[in-house]
Design a binder for this molecule. Structure first.
Ligand SMILES: Cc1ncc(COP(=O)(O)O)c(C=O)c1O
Length: 406
């Protein structure tokens, strides 16, 4: 007897969760492992946000809410888009869900017919292809290498579009690469999309506030206003306000799409927990100093990792422009032999080796659709990052050169 539906046969569990499990298993044997596989801010949620949830619950905000979110929170999200992104949405164009991930899932469930294609510039967030496949879609992977700054070009986009294309996914700043698109980059993608009216655009802007070197964020919606009726902007409070466990994300898009997404939500989870919505409201409408403080810390850690990796022969890293990851190139390590005699054949082997020999957990590039790289999260203390880089350096130095291995 099989318990599992056929549709699950194509779906993989999250690679970053798997890497984290491997780190935990090694740690359970007594090894001191540094786990840099998961991406979540290590700061506590600001106190005023936690208090808002507590007060809301005490005041009786403990019932189901509207499926799309409380009117107050949706109005605050619309306000956020106006204030921070220069985008004009009504509360009716907004849907709140249990994390940005649920927004993405609902959007695909609301729109995909079997065989519809979803264009994913690689490296991509690990959940995108799995969600698309689970819902009958076909991921179309477009590799965007380091030479293009890990950004999709208008030319590659044009080549990837077919009559079956339903969605183009963009993610900026990108997980895992940190790549950011300028207004003109987006405008040139927009010019291609204008010619293909069947294509919807999902712009995942969850890392918008974690942007380095004084860059200013430009939303896809701002750069391509002519595509508003085909664009879903995805965002949330998880990364900007250190609220990953609170599970609040939101989307803004054309009313018929948002309505369909709310219907799915009403039949699956009814609504997001009311006190969590109160917390998100406090995050969006309260003091914003924490956002800048977190950004400063992430910039310092980014700088630390960039200079640390630059000192390790065989690894490459172009400075991430945003988010809190480093997507480290390891092409030169392929073919080298470990002290135990194993030849590193791909980035999965490199990542496994770094865990086994260096006791640092990372996620191989294979999981993000672009090899050979591995991703580390920089959302941890400066001390831990310094120690992790020292360990990676020692593990890499212990490898025998490729020539000797052949
Ligand atoms: C690109 C991207 N989108 C969405 C998410 C998930 O956001 P949430 O925690 O709001 O579901 C993540 C989390 O790692 C992410 O990296």
């Amino acid at each position: 007897m099989s318990y599992v539906a056929n549709r699950l046969s194509v779906v993989k569990p999250s690679a970053s969760m798997a890497a984290s499990q491997a780190a935990k298993a090694l740690r359970a044997t007594g090894v001191d492992v540094i786990d840099l596989s998961l991406g979540e801010p290590d700061f506590p949620t600001p106190v005023h946000i936690t208090e808002a949830a507590y007060k809301a619950a005490l005041a009786g905000e403990t019932l189901y809410t509207a499926a799309a979110g409380t009117p107050t929170l949706r109005a605050a999200v619309a306000d956020k888009f106006r204030r921070e992104n220069g985008l004009d949405y009504n509360a009716d164009d907004i849907v709140v869900a249990n994390g940005a991930k649920q927004i993405i899932f609902n959007a695909l469930m609301a729109t995909l017919n079997d065989g519809d294609e979803v264009i994913l510039p690689a490296p991509y967030f690990v959940s995108y292809p799995e969600m698309a496949k689970l819902l009958g879609g076909v991921p179309v992977i477009v590799e965007c290498g380091a030479k293009d700054g890990f950004r999709l070009t208008a030319e590659s986009l044009e080549k990837a579009i077919t009559p079956r294309t339903k969605w183009l996914f963009l993610n900026m700043p990108g997980n895992p690469s940190g790549a950011v698109y300028s207004e003109s980059d987006l405008a040139s993608l927009g010019a291609v999309l204008e010619k293909h009216p069947q294509v919807l655009i999902l712009s995942d802007e969850i890392y918008e506030h974690i942007l380095f070197d004084g860059r200013k964020f430009v939303s896809f919606g701002k750069a391509c206003p002519g595509l508003k009726d085909r664009t879903l902007i995805v965002n949330g409070v998880a990364k900007a306000y250190a609220m990953t466990g609170w599970r609040i994300g939101y989307g803004a898009g054309p009313a018929p799409l948002v309505k369909a997404m709310s219907t799915i939500q009403s039949q699956s989870c009814t609504s997001v927990a009311a006190p969590m919505q109160a917390a998100a409201l406090a995050a969006l409408t309260g003091p914003q100093d924490c956002v800048a403080e977190f950004r400063t810390a992430f910039q310092r850690r980014r700088d630390l990792v960039v200079s640390g990796i630059a000192g390790i022969e065989g690894l490459t890293l172009s400075p991430p422009e945003g988010a809190f990851y480093a997507y480290i190139g390891c092409e030169s390590l392929i073919g080298r032999r470990t002290p135990k005699g194993e030849v590193l054949k791909d980035d999965v082997a490199v990542s496994n080796y770094l865990l086994a020999e260096g006791h640092v957990s990372s996620v191989p590039g294979l999981a993000y659709g672009l090899s050979p790289f591995f991703r580390i999260s920089t959302a941890t203390s400066d001390e831990i990052l310094k120690e992790a880089i020292a360990r990676i350096g020692r593990a890499v130095a212990a490898l025998e050169p490729a020539e000797a291995a052949l």
